[in-house]
Design a protein around this ligand. Structure first.
Ligand code: 9MR
Ligand code: ZN
Length: 532
């Protein structure tokens, strides 16, 4: 029963972890078990104003509860929640499989895709934008988001999140996902990431640089991918794409070496060629711009220093060669945001490499100093969570396009902090972000398609709209509220709605309700951590 009194994680809660619920009810609240017996709550609190949502809300810890069904009750309404041993396996697995549904260039067969089957798409050779006489067959990869573009930088960070998830929490992502490679001896999260890597390798130009993206000149209409037949172009190369691919491929080399040495070596070779190009182009940074006449995703960045930093760390971890370490130290001294894990800022990916893979052998600067810096920076995420009525680690003025990304990034940073320091407070604050994604938010919505009693039904996602099936493709996470850069139509509908509620659950709203591969992947990291 939907009501105005409570906001909960709609996919349930775990035994052994605190159960948080957001209480909007002003009257007294009781918690009852499935026999109607009152269960003492660990905390109660009176609602207080929350800036981002304009709600009066209290975030309460119901305590650690035994498996079962419970009801929160007040005169203003009731809400049922469930507690079980492994509540989040299904949603975490679905988030990984969500990437399978984004596969381009192959048929999604009914035995893997169920009703979301479709023939192979985007199989025609691509044209080089800058030299139209060059045609190249570049296939595979994931559709980026609700559109059918494929972009190197966003793909690299997505794979990066998945590989660190597997390195740090292998037990949290060990299930078979029923994808075409299932059962081949490689964990499915790595099978899925490889689909993108095989594509990424084809995006390298002869001189080592990477094309920024493979897209059409304009976004397709809302049709199925196999019906999207306009020519695709290899767009110009960029510094950021080259550095991000270099980092991702060097990391992948280390991960896949144990499973397939030839594949791993191909990736290291490609990463080395990318690095050489980067060294030749150390002083001529220009942000990528869409060529005249191109209107697909931009992904332009102010700087490539964070991408180079991540690349240097990964190249050092892959080879042990001092040159890379020196470059990583130099770029680190330039200042890095170590809690950023998005397509634009990847300093946090370098931190993952230094803190959890290189460890002490990274040396005084890249380990001891970086660790102290990281711990300090991640404290900010905790402060944001404490300052929010819903426990959400985002300031009221930070609800950007894809606000789920900074929220999940802050969760990742707090998880890393908890792994280093063992602080439960950090783990618990990260848990509140996971709860946010799954319904404990001002919108009372579970942002992952296919999950929750109040779920996203109309994501800005072409196949979900065009396939004639009511339920959207499952396991895709919506970008969530955004009042910083919005469509006129969204503005018209939202008026002066507070930031955390600036969300239109309609297909047109790419600015609030699109899905993207690099929004799924940090959620995979967080989900796998809580699934161990
Ligand atoms: O995720 C991107 C977000 O940070 C930007 O503010 C937004 C507008 O430039 O673009 C987002 O990325 C989109 C990309 O450009 C094209 N594919 C869909 C992406 C998700 O909306
Ligand atoms: Zn495609």
């Amino acid at each position: 029963e939907i009501n105005n009194a409570f906001r909960i994680n709609q996919t349930g809660y775990a035994e052994g972890l605190p159960v948080y619920a957001a209480v909007l009810a002003k009257d007294s609240v009781t918690l009852k078990d499935d026999n109607g017996k009152t269960v003492p709550m660990e905390e109660t609190a009176a609602p207080k104003p929350d800036e981002a949502s304009g709600d009066e809300v209290a975030l309460v810890n119901l305590g650690k509860l035994k498996a079962g069904t419970y009801t929160l009750e007040s005169v203003e309404g009731k809400r049922t929640l469930t507690v079980s041993e492994k509540p989040w396996k299904a949603v975490t697995n679905a988030l990984i499989k969500g990437l399978y549904y984004q596969r381009c260039g192959c048929e999604l067969k009914p035995e893997h895709a169920g009703i979301y089957t479709h023939p192979a798409c985007h199989t025609a050779p691509a044209t080089d934008w800058e030299d139209r006489s060059v045609l190249r067959r570049v296939t595979g990869g994931w559709h980026d988001a609700g559109d059918y573009g494929k972009y190197v930088g966003p793909g690299a960070v997505t794979v990066g999140h998945m590989l660190y998830t597997w390195k740090l929490f292998p037990e949290g992502c060990s299930d078979e996902l029923n994808i075409p490679e299932t059962g081949n001896g490689m964990p499915d999260i790595l099978n899925e990431a490889r689909y993108e890597l095989e594509w990424m390798l084809q995006m390298q130009r002869n001189d080592g640089a990477f094309h920024h993206k493979l897209t059409k000149a304009r976004f397709a209409p809302f049709i199925m991918p196999q019906d999207d037949k306009e020519p695709e172009y290899l767009m110009p190369v960029s510094h950021c794409a080259t550095a991000a691919a270099c980092a991702c491929l060097a990391l992948s080399y280390r991960v896949y070496k144990a499973f397939d040495e030839a594949f791993a070596n191909r990736m290291l070779l490609s990463a080395r060629r990318a690095w050489e190009w980067l060294m030749k182009h150390a002083d001529d940074y220009v942000p990528f711009r869409n060529p005249e006449g191109v209107f697909t995703g931009w992904y332009g960045e102010r700087t490539d220093k964070d991408d180079r930093f991540w690349a240097a760390c990964e190249m050092y971890a892959a080879t042990g060669e001092r040159e890379f370490r020196a470059e990583a130290e130099r770029l680190y001294a330039d200042g890095q945001q170590l809690t950023a894990f998005g397509w634009a800022d990847v300093g946090g990916m370098g931190a993952l490499c230094c803190l959890f893979d290189l460890g002490e052998k990274a040396g005084e600067i890249l380990y001891d100093r970086l660790k102290a810096d990281f711990l300090r920076q991640s404290e900010e995420a905790l402060k944001l969570s404490h300052g929010s009525g819903y426990g959400t680690a985002l300031a009221a003025d930070q609800y950007v396009w894809g606000s789920i990304l900074p929220i999940m990034s802050n969760a990742m940073a707090m998880i890393m902090n908890a792994l280093i320091t063992g602080r439960q407070e950090m783990r618990n604050a990260a848990l509140k972000q996971w709860n946010y994604a799954l319904g404990m938010n001002a919108l009372d919505i579970c942002f992952v398609t296919g999950f929750g009693e109040r779920r996203v039904m109309h994501p800005h996602h072409r196949p979900s709209d065009a396939d004639g099936i009511e339920e959207p493709v499952p396991g895709l996470i919506s970008g969530g509220p955004n009042n910083r850069m919005t469509f006129p139509m969204t503005k018209e509908k939202m008026g002066n709605t507070p930031p955390a509620k600036y969300f239109v659950e309609e297909t047109f709203s790419a600015d609030t309700n699109e899905i993207a591969i690099y929004w799924n992947s940090p959620a995979i990291f967080v989900g796998a951590y809580f699934c161990r």
